[in-house]
Design a protein around this ligand. Sequence first.
Ligand code: 1CP
Length: 348
Amino acid sequence: MQNQTFLDACWQRPTDYTPVWYMRQAGRYQPEYRKIREKYSLLEICRIPEVCAEVTKLPVSQLGVDAAILFSDISVPIGAMGRNFDIQENVGPVMEHPIRTETDIAQLQVFDPREALPYVLDTIMMLKADLEVPLIGFAGAPFTLASYMVEGGPSRDYIQTKQMMWKTPALWNSLMDKLTTMTVKYLRAQIEAGASAVQLFDSWVGALSPADYRKYVLPVMKRIFTELKDLQVPTIYFGVGTGELLQDFTETGAHVIGVDWRVPLSEARKRIGLDHAIQGNLDPAAALTSGAVTEEKTKQIIDAGIEHPGHIFNLGHGVLRSTPVENLQRLTALVHEYSAKVKSEVKR
Ligand code: 1CP
């Protein structure tokens, strides 16, 4: 029997306790992951289903979380679209050549995931057979993916991306259109292979003003969530620094809205309303220490989340590399035990 608590919370059904998983729950903070990385590059791990499945499962047994997230990277589909890139140590995805012109965009291939990324789907099928918790598939959202492609790598200010968006909107729209079509195909294939939910990582979209978000990004996000609807799995939409965009996020059609730590969860609930589940939002830096301060912050988030059905506990962004494994073990146990206690008191 699979643990359904995470999926129930996504659908805003009552649960006995608050489910929890962590963005970047597989990674460098784990000694076992570092050991595997001595032998394989990140992209090699993604391409070998046995190794990729092992890395995906590790945090589930180690931390006791209520969901697994496919181990991959948002940059993986860029290669399948026909552009060379590399994931550089301590940097992130870096393009061989940035995408800037009409020809660059015309050459991007909207691939068939079964042909171009079979190892991703093989990993999912392998995991589906022996995971005791639901598996979350994922993709980078078009804006965030475009930011890497247009800038050529990680960026602080997104100057080239915004220039393309404002100065050559037709070019921008054609890039977003292609990324959107690709993302829908990729996520549909992940769900058909066995993913029980999918998360769209729009990590850097908080760089946009609400007006620009509504004009240049919201329409494609609506398209993605609309085109996934018939598969009837929960969809999660997350970005960093998106407090001012949360209301707009509710218009995308995502079932669950991810919130970073800059907005208190009770305030996020006001902005999001009652029709969506909420995921978040402990400051990842708070997991570096454990003790009274971390406990107080965690309990505050659980208390705010419990007021309405549909809260999934998570960090406000990915696990930081220097986080001790024991802290996440303790945090997971605290979320489970404290939320179960509060919920049983409310019932009585
Ligand atoms: O070699 C390594 O181990 C380097 C660190 C690393 C890891 C563990 C990178 C490079 N990617 C990944 C895997 C990864 N990437 C996962 C699976 C891990 C899990 O969640 O358990 C996921 C979900 C991602 C998604 C991802 N990649 C995002 C969205 C989530 C987020 O953190 O905002 C983004 C923005 C990336 C790009 C990326 N890949 C790697 C780095 C260092 C970065 C960020 C670079 C930047 O600052 O722009």
